[in-house]
Design a protein around this ligand. Sequence first.
Ligand SMILES: *[C@@H]1O[C@H](CO)[C@@H](O)[C@H](O)[C@H]1NC(C)=O
Ligand SMILES: *[C@@H]1O[C@H](CO)[C@@H](O)[C@H](O)[C@H]1NC(C)=O
Length: 306
Amino acid sequence: MAVELGRFLLLLGLAARGPAPAGAAKMKVVEEPNTFGVHNPFLPQTSRLQPKREPSPVSGPTHLFGLSGKCFSLVESTYKYEFCPFHNVTQHEQTFRWNAYSGILGIWHEWEITNNTFAGMWMRDGDSCRSRSRQSKVELTCGRSHRLAHVSEPSTCLYALTFETPLVCHPHSLLVYPVLPEALQQRWDQVAQDLAEELITPQGYEKLLRALFEDAGYLKDPREDTPAQEEGGPPGLALESLETCKKAQKELLKEVKRLRGLLAQHGIPHAGPVETPSSEPWGLKIPTAGPLAQLHSNPGLRGNVL
Ligand SMILES: *[C@@H]1O[C@H](CO)[C@@H](O)[C@H](O)[C@H]1NC(C)=O
Ligand SMILES: *[C@@H]1O[C@H](CO)[C@@H](O)[C@H](O)[C@H]1NC(C)=O
């Protein structure tokens, strides 16, 4: 560590003197690739963190609002992770190296809602990572004190954090329904009734519920999510009506035919699914199981994952 500090001071000295003398080029620290080269190493770490946007407004269970403005950290091997609920997740390399890495792993974006329960906090639009942005999902679990308990990176640039807090120990502490404003509760009642009376399908129910959660501010409309569009992939088909749905199906069947033709042309064997009879476009079947069974087995809505 003393050596690192020595290098740092030496480097400061060199910077002050302008162009490095010939011998200095042999210094290892100068040759080390600075993989985070966009950062100016002479600024303090915190001012090098440039958030891409403002965090979303504080939302969800009101008894968690007090966590806003607080930060909780965990040192794991050479990194310090910091979780600031409703604000951000950051990572700081624990070293005296002049180019120590500090980065934003996500900015508060929306809730993950599973089984009508606030299951986690999505922090998105962190520092760039290849063509995407770093993002983190923070799971809230019951614990004796507020504590960032665990951090892992289940896939590249996606971080999974576990935050323990006594605030979520009650089995009802994370339910969505009781937190909703009364008008939205009534809307949910109506939607659930429509499902029970088979006026809407389980798919329709989920779609209406998602819209309701978006109106409550718990979920963000992915179409308004400009940074997500940078992440590549074709834009999602918005199936607004039966007409557009049928049209989209026709387009897709045409594309499947074209691709099959291509495969055949190149002698590549393939086993595709049987073509959907046009009288029964997908997703529009009336469920045969009882509506209440459907309601109870409803796995809930998920935030749009990746
Ligand atoms: C992260 O959130 C904390 C708490 O609100 C704030 O003090 C800090 O400046 C934020 N960091 C970044 C990089 O935005
Ligand atoms: C969904 O929530 C209900 C009540 O809160 C619970 O009984 C059920 O086990 C949960 N189901 C899943 C799949 O988590």
